[in-house]
Write a protein that binds this ligand. Structure first.
Ligand SMILES: Cc1ncc(COP(=O)(O)O)c(C=O)c1O
Length: 374
């Protein structure tokens, strides 16, 4: 038998559904930008391979990239240097080694429900216990600081935050972020902040808890910001002491992040601002279309959210979200059942607008028809 920490891991509810999709289905389930990375970055990868960057590199990532990331982060905090940054194989590995590093046997970590699927398993694999806080439609899918305070026990080690949020699309405003940071300060907790969608904010501003709370561990990635999910390059930014520990854990997990793609991301970062400006112009329009179409479905309710590339309507039908998503799939549209993101995701569907305007319109028209038939 396999140990329970492994046997209890579930296969993602999203993947199961995608694998059953009919050919030619419209994919509104995508968790990645539907565009290619900047051409400068692709050229840089080819050149890195030709130059012979095909070998192991440093465990914490190549110095040039750590320096460039630190430079970028000085927008938020002046005291950041390369020693505060470790390059990882995406945010997935970054979150995993961060949990491994700070969570001990029996420690608790607060995680969002609904939330991205990795947090609970990461906490459990580290020997800890995830304790869920709620994100609810009536609250604009924002965390309630009072609830968070009430969930803290002597065993609590960390609060996991994700803004802009997957699956809800909510962006936590300054006041919410500050209130949660004050609780973390008060109770001496780490904040583990997954910021992979920080470049996807359509209204307002991204507020990293690192701006308010020193014991913050920022987990980020170039997967979404440079449309390079397959390249597996991300980073963790935190105190120098924690980075040293993370580098040890990363060595035993991964040896080092991929060398050639790090050199290419370094070039990508030089054009990231321009690239994301164009991406946001397009995604802003797609978001308008998706919100309008969803608002035309009378059994759906959505909060006005302003980040990432997801909408997470709650529906009135008495039907589990997996069955609802399956019905929609049979009509040729892929979406994600809300239950894949936690118990409070039940009764919701997640639609991604990382698809063409035409596909968003066509897809959501089909969803409207399916909802009308129920
Ligand atoms: C909130 C969130 N965190 C982390 C990830 C994983 O990112 P990466 O490709 O950097 O591992 C995703 C991917 O969808 C995500 O939505």
């Amino acid at each position: 038998m396999f140990p329970s920490r492994v046997a209890s891991l579930k296969v993602s509810g999203i993947r199961k559904l995608f694998e059953a999709a009919p050919p030619g289905a419209i994919n509104l389930g995508l968790g990645e930008p539907d565009i290619q990375p900047p051409v400068e970055m692709i050229d840089a990868l080819k050149s890195a391979l030709d130059k012979g960057f095909n070998k192991y590199g440093p465990s914490a990532g190549i110095m040039e990239l750590r320096l460039a990331i630190a430079d970028n982060l000085r927008r938020y905090r002046k005291d950041v240097s390369f020693e505060n940054v470790i390059v990882t194989a995406g945010a997935t590995e970054g979150m995993r080694i961060a949990c491994e590093t700070i969570i001990g046997e029996g420690d608790e970590a607060l995680v969002p429900n609904p939330g991205f699927i990795i947090y609970g398993p990461d906490v459990r694999l580290a020997g800890g216990r995830p304790v869920e806080y709620s994100l609810r439609l009536e609250n604009g899918y924002l965390p309630d600081p009072e609830q968070i305070r009430s969930l803290v026990t002597p065993r609590t080690k960390a609060i996991v935050m994700n803004s802009p949020s997957n699956p809800t699309g909510s962006v936590f405003p300054r006041d919410t972020m500050k209130a949660i940071c004050e609780i973390a300060d008060d109770k001496s907790l780490y904040i583990l902040s997954d910021e992979v969608y920080n470049d996807y904010v359509y209204e307002g501003e991204h507020w990293s808890p690192a701006r308010f709370h020193d014991d913050t561990i920022v987990v980020n990635s170039f997967s979404k910001s440079l449309a390079a999910t397959g390249w597996r390059i991300g980073y963790v930014a935190t105190s120098k002491e924690i980075v040293k520990q993370l580098a040890k854990v990363q060595y035993y997990t991964l040896a080092c992040p991929p060398t050639a793609t790090q050199y290419a991301v370094l070039e990508g970062m030089k054009v990231q601002e321009r690239f994301m400006r164009d991406v946001l112009t397009e995604f802003r329009m797609r978001r308008e279309i998706a919100m309008k179409r969803l608002s035309e479905i009378s059994s759906f309710r959505t909060a006005p959210v302003s980040g990432a590339f997801y909408l997470f309507p709650e529906y009135d039908h008495r039907m589990p979200s997996e069955d609802f998503a399956q019905r929609i799939l049979e009509r040729g549209v892929i979406c994600a059942p809300g239950s894949a993101f936690g118990s409070l995701g039940e009764g919701h569907l997640r639609f991604s607008y990382a698809n063409s305007r035409e596909n968003i319109s066509r897809g959501l028209d089909i969803v409207k028809d399916v909802a009308a038939e129920l």
